[in-house]
Design a protein around this ligand. Sequence first.
Ligand SMILES: [Zn+2]
Length: 466
Amino acid sequence: MIKNFIAGTVLAALMFSAPASGVDRTAPYNQKAFEIYKTAVEMRTAKGHGMVPKLARYLADEFEKGGFPKADIHVLEMGKTAALVVRYRGDGSAGKKPISISAHMDVVDALRSDWERDPFTLIEEDGYFFGRGTGDDKAGMTAVVANFLRLKAEGWVPNRDLIIAFSGDEETGMLTTRALVNQYRDLTDSEFVLNADAGGGRINEDGSAPASYSMQAAEKAYVDFTLTVRNPGGHSSRPRDDNAIYDLAAALLKIQAYKFPVNASELTRAYFRGTGPKTPGELGKAMIAFAADPTDKWAIKTLRANPGTVGTTGTTCVATLLSAGHAVNALPQSATANVNCRIFPGEGVAKTIERLKAVMGNDAVEISMVAPPTETDASPLRSDVLAAVRKAVDTRYPGLDIIPAMSSGGTDGMHFRAAGIPSYGVNGIYMKGSDSFAHGLNERMPVESFFSNVEHWYVLLKEIAG
Ligand SMILES: [Zn+2]
């Protein structure tokens, strides 16, 4: 998944200067970046096609040609996919643990018959690159690879090790990500992670500068619960007081009416404080009020009435699937529902289950988890990361506000956070909302955004480890 994290409607009425002048795409490293991007997009690295190992080996080959010792390049094949680890050795002068850089090599699948152009041919048209993965996440992945090669060629030596830790199934099982932080921890152990699959800014539809740059620093935990009510059933001509469908429906209505406690963290308050002044109307006022006082009833009510901000004020749970009964003329023997929860960092799955049970107030409703969740705390805001991101953002939009953000869950970052390694989504892609087609049809990337992200990572890496 790729996250640009501009929650709600953030309209910029700001007078920023025009973006810094365009990058020279004919420069050798930009030509190399384009070559890697094109090669990567044209490999169908979607689940089931077995192409991720091929992409990983291609990249490994590029690193070897670029002067990285073979012993520092690891293609870790796992089933039909693979992870890639590459260590850029520093001189150790910082006296600090390495920094990892994450991105993912896989993509959501795409069908030629659905698309206007072949999704697995990189096509440049009207100022855009079209193709599956042009945004999510082959632009971020390429920017990191191209800059490792460029910096190496320039003879730059970081003051601590930098480690590429690319996953190969981020869009599906995330087994490679888990393996990177657990099984292969000796290769990837680091102080924190910079994630090239999150972060960026939304350019206004008229092309004017974004309201802010969003840096992902937290993710909510994603959990699906199955609620089940069982009943002996019987002939529908002989109804009884207890009924699986009615009992489940009653429990669901109670969940619908329930409002989870309000949560606020340093990060969400900073997000609202920064976004509020640029958000028009009552919503913007509510953001500012909530940032100042998270118990402000009017602010809470306003933010919770808006689908773009409700998730930032606490845990949410909502019914998403329903199935019950087995015949039109029989009392239902079972009724089940899926309730999807996005749990605020620190709240905990166990506490959420307790709340749901108390709200439903019916022991006959069984509750089980569909899959084990990954719960993570927000990553602490670090001045070194913020300073490096500041410099990188300034290359494109000098002075643009950097706002930490929490996403609703779903990048590699959560597995690093869960393993105790803070993660920051700091990619430098700026695009219009109308250009965002990640996971969807006709995915595209503004040509200028692709190249400016390559420049973004050049500045970011040199700053964070220079
Ligand atoms: Zn992604």
